[in-house]
Design a protein around this ligand. Sequence first.
Ligand SMILES: [Zn+2]
Length: 199
Amino acid sequence: MYDMRRCSEPGCDETVLFESPYCAQHHPDPDAFTSALLAKFAKPGAIKSVNAAGLRFQGVDLSGKRFFSCSFSKTILRNMVFAGCTFRMCFFDFCAADSCDFSGIDAQFCSFAGARFLNDSFEHSELVHNNFDGAKMTECTFNNSNLYNSRFIMAEFERTDFIDCNLKRSMIIPSKEIEVSWRLSNTQEAIHDLDRIDL
Ligand SMILES: [Zn+2]
């Protein structure tokens, strides 16, 4: 698990960045820190227990990487490529991801809660046991993905498609749904009612 110590800045409750005494907001040089982190990501092998919360990442290809117990909470992600990545127990909660490629990912036990997704692809992915509660998705696609046992409670879907997805044991309880296609997906196997969550 990534380091859960609090930032050294007095009064700051954020967790520290990877091997740093500070959070992203109080780190003296977050850009240099981000570059060093990306150099680490570029090396072969799995990436474990890295806290990158609150950093900005733009235009980097991380396709095929394997992330375990890492935090990308509250990050700003623009034009990032995560295609074919493996994520286990990783945190993307409250991130803002614009024009990113999450296609073909294998994500389990991850949180995308409260995140803002704009023009992102999650196509052809294994999205099993994940939390998308309260996430806002605009112009995204989840087509041909397995959403088994993932939750979308109070999520907002706008011009976002879930064509030919496996929804078995998923919880699809959006608070907003505009121009969404569920074509060819087994919507009858999803849970659409909060009262049924304990079944
Ligand atoms: Zn701080």
